[in-house]
Write a protein of this length. Structure first.
Length: 95
């Protein structure tokens, strides 16, 4: 399995688990966007995607792995935000 899928699935489970298992409504959005500081989790996952994809070898271009990492990061954020919004609404939350 591609390592981007594994990173994305593991990173997706953290805010969804926080939303699903917390007694307060909206904790998943706090984990995704605001805890411990603004956009910390998103930036952390972006760094993990970049470090997992960018391997510099002699003669290789860095742009293709970097583009793959950034596209994976953007795709992960869109899927995570949509899944978290759907879970939040299904648990009775409001936008």
């Amino acid at each position: 399995m591609n390592r981007n899928y594994v990173i994305g699935i593991v990173a997706l489970c953290i805010p969804l688990g926080a939303e699903l298992l917390s007694p307060e409504n909206g904790l998943g959005f706090d984990v995704l966007l605001y805890r411990p500081f603004s956009y910390a989790f998103i930036l952390f996952v972006g760094v993990v995607f970049i470090l997992a994809n960018v391997t510099v070898e002699p003669g290789d271009s860095i742009f293709r792995p970097l583009a793959t990492a950034l596209a994976s990061w953007l795709g992960w954020f869109i899927v995570t935000f949509m899944a978290l919004t759907q879970l939040h609404l299904s648990l009775g939350g409001k936008l």
